[in-house]
Design a protein around this ligand. Sequence first.
Ligand SMILES: [Zn+2]
Length: 194
Amino acid sequence: MKLVLASLFLSAICFGQDQYSIRDLKNGKFKEDSSHIYDLPFENKKRVFLVQAYESKMSHKGERALDFKVKKGAKICAARAGVILGVREDSDKGGLKDENLSDGNYISIKHNDGSVAHYWHLKKDGAVVSVGDSVEAGQWIGLSGNTGYSAFPHLHFEVQGYDATGHFKQLATRFYTNKGVIYLRPGKFYRTRH
Ligand SMILES: [Zn+2]
């Protein structure tokens, strides 16, 4: 019974997601939904500029992902509790050449609903967690950088999860911010809620 309820709940969330058009995603215009609310992946009181959001033209066309402009070495925190699924921190290369696509350091966190958050472009030796560690939302996990396919120091954040048809794909996610619980829009500053 619990399982059935859980899957009904999950498909309700996913159905919610699938109703949204690219235009909705760009505008941040969503009806109230019941999806998980993420924390901005930074320290308390941190103010960050969102360069690209869902479907942004620069490099997020067809992507549900976010690019936060942050200085190299800024503390990155878990946006949601989970278990560390993957870590790479041995690269010190970054740029806009094709070969840079495989140069990115990252941390991946698996959540209790099976979804996975990816934190990209971290600096060399910039992970303070290891695979298998459990982390709480807001816990410091690493340091931002400019590795991989990246034109400037930033954090690329995306969540992948199951949609209503069982496909694993990028999902738009809500965040707690100083402006309330919202889907983020590009070209704006946001502050963590605490
Ligand atoms: Zn990006």
